[in-house]
Design a protein around this ligand. Structure first.
Ligand code: ADP
Ligand code: MG
Length: 591
């Protein structure tokens, strides 16, 4: 075939004007040329364009339309998209690889897959599902069409399993481009003789030269159709396989960081157990395991055994949520590990210390100016810090997919109030209607000005105050304070009393009391009293075995301050002596 002739500027101008509906004579007059000349230009422009269209079959053709300097007529231009946008999108929307991978998993979920298998090798990642698949035209018109999604054209639920459809933004593959330079997709539909294999090269977008090019010039892909029979694939089978190659360095690094399990096969249960035994939190694990836990937490899979709250399965809302997740029949295997939601409370720490815990279940519909938002869920509270600490707060799920992690700020709950208690709760809220529009594009956070977000936030703060924190305060905090007081009165009062008597004088008495929260001990000379502040946070939140030691140290320190009368050296000496005396008194005692 001969070289393609490009359209000249004049030809484009005339063709554009003509297609906008401007008459031949008006164009002629405007350009000060004859009508015949305009017709000639027009003909040659159309011929050349047809030639290009024929030749470039299968490629994206730019719209041939331009604005010119014509006066007093309304011209119609098109908004254009530069290739820079691809570079930006393909590099920085998602905050973590788990956030990107979740997009692929969500796509499998939306395609009614029941099994997703993910293999994370150091230089290649494969995600395979048995969902309804795509053919070449679906791929071309949907997958390869950025920010276009037709998933919900037939309603909000998937056709086979009636799952609430997750996708609607149509930028899923952008997520993958953050992880690799090459994407290879194979997919086929049920009852079709063919399947296709396509390849997208993201690295093209990222070169310097690409920034100067037009969008359509850099975003090409290659596609080949095959006969299923020739590749020994059954006609009945439908599938999608996405392969990520030429992984980006940051992602590779994460895949390598596999401490403490290495290549050993493990389970979500074991990972959680190790996390809690070591007390290091999720971030104490290698990044590979953090990513797997992250996926397990946000994906639409069932809960781990006995999760999310042991022994309180009788709670209606929780059992509803649990059995719903079971019924979704969606399984994900990552390197042989089945992902299950890694939430199980109370954990050993709380059980071991026989401390109390509770479930506050939730079911609510709120009307807003933008329609209703309705949700259900639970907030678990316990007497003590939530472990792992990454689980402190509230996790919101939209269409069963976690939006970010646990929000420790509790939707911007005012700081300073209930500061201690807010670390004692962990909850999940399942949005059944609304809030989708309030999500940011990476579905990782919310736009805090959206009416649904505001409604949820206000409701949550109110619920925390009226139900959760109120319960915590009376049930865990005040009761335990009372117990503590009784215990102290019996065992320690005498010891403390004798200390203050021997150090400060026989008239002195000792007692527990409530002082301001930054004052551990007060020596009240007028009333001849030594008061230990029982709501001093250090005493209160210290492990039991340190509590009395700490109190004792603070009392000795306060006595030393009293005796040293403002002299620093004397203070040091006296404090030392006091501590030594205490130690020598107790030398023979074994703890
Ligand atoms: N695993 C898959 N199985 C079947 N179709 C898929 C799969 N992944 C992507 N697609 C198709 O590609 C389209 C684009 O996906 P995506 O960019 O994630 O957009 P969205 O999920 O918002 O629709 C989907 O609408 C779907 O038609
Ligand atoms: Mg998607």
């Amino acid at each position: 075939m001969s070289e393609i002739e490009m359209l000249t500027a004049k030809e484009i101008e005339i063709l554009t004007a003509f297609e906008r509906g401007i008459s031949i004579s008006a164009i002629a007059e405007n350009l000060r040329i004859s009508r015949e000349r305009v017709l000639e230009y027009l003909k040659s422009a159309q011929r050349k364009r047809n030639q290009i269209l024929m030749r470039e079959k299968g490629k994206v053709i730019p719209q041939i339309r331009a604005i010119d300097s014509s006066l007093n007529i309304v011209q119609k231009g098109t908004m254009k998209v530069g290739s820079q946008i691809l570079k930006q999108l393909s590099e920085g929307i998602y905050t973590s690889p788990a956030g990107s991978l979740k997009e692929l998993i969500s796509n499998s979920y939306d395609s009614d897959a029941t099994e997703v298998t993910i293999e994370l090798q150091e230089d290649e990642v494969t995600i395979r599902d048995n969902g309804s698949g795509m053919d070449w035209s679906d791929f071309d018109m949907e997958f390869a069409f950025i920010s276009r999604s037709m998933k919900r054209y037939n309603g909000e639920y998937t056709s086979r399993y009636e799952r609430p459809i997750i996708g609607f933004i149509g930028i899923g593959f952008i997520a993958v481009s953050e992880l690799c330079d090459t994407l290879i997709i194979k997919s086929g539909k049920k009852d079709s003789d063919i399947f296709f294999e396509a390849k997208i090269d993201f690295s093209k977008y990222r070169t310097r030269e690409a920034l100067d090019k037009e969008f359509y010039e850099v975003s090409e892909y290659e596609l080949t159709n095959y006969r299923k029979e020739d590749k020994k694939i059954e006609r009945e089978s439908s599938f999608t396989e996405v392969k990520l190659k030429n992984l980006r360095p940051g992602f590779k690094k994460i895949l390598r960081d596999r401490k403490p399990f290495g290549e050993r096969k493990t389970s979500i249960e074991e990972i959680m157990r190790v996390t809690s035994e070591r007390g290091v939190g999720v971030t104490g694990l290698g990044e590979y395991w953090q990513m797997i836990l992250g996926l397990a937490l946000i994906c639409p899979v069932r809960y781990m055994r006995d999760g999310p709250v042991i022994g309180k399965q009788s709670d209606k809302t929780i059992s509803e949520i649990k059995s719903y997740m079971e019924s979704c029949n969606f399984r994900i295997q990552v390197d042989g590990i089945e992902l299950v939601r890694p939430i199980k409370f109370p954990n050993t720490d709380i059980i071991f210390n026989t401390k109390s815990y509770a479930i506050h279940s939730v079911k609510e519909t709120i009307s807003t100016s933008e329609g209703d938002i309705s949700f259900k869920g639970y907030i678990y509270s316990q007497h003590g810090l939530i472990s792992p600490r990454e689980y402190i707060g509230i996790l919101v799920r939209v269409k069963n997919v976690g939006v970010g992690g646990f929000d420790r700020t509790l939707f911007e709950y005012p700081s300073g109030t209930n500061q201690l208690f807010r670390n004692w709760i962990c909850g999940e809220i399942f949005i059944e209607e609304g809030l989708e529009e309030a999500m940011s594009i990476n579905r990782n956070s919310f736009k805090i000005t959206h009416p649904h977000y505001i409604a949820l936030r206000n409701w949550l703060h109110n619920f925390l105050d009226k139900e959760v924190f109120k319960y915590i305060r009376t049930e865990y905090y005040l009761k335990s304070r009372k117990r503590r007081q009784e215990r102290r009165e019996m065992e320690y009062l005498e010891t403390f009393d004798s200390i203050v008597k021997s150090e400060l004088g026989k008239e002195y008495k000792f007692q527990f009391g409530v002082l301001s929260k930054d004052e551990p001990v007060r020596i009240d000379k007028k009333r001849e009293l030594v008061i230990v502040n029982e709501i001093y946070p250090v005493f209160y939140s210290a492990p039991k075995k340190f509590e009395n030691i700490l109190e004792r140290m603070f009392v000795l320190f306060e006595i030393a301050v009293e005796k040293s009368e403002g002299n620093f050296d004397r203070l040091k000496r006296t404090f030392h002596e006091e501590v030594l005396k205490w130690i020598s008194e107790n030398r023979d005692q074994h703890y």
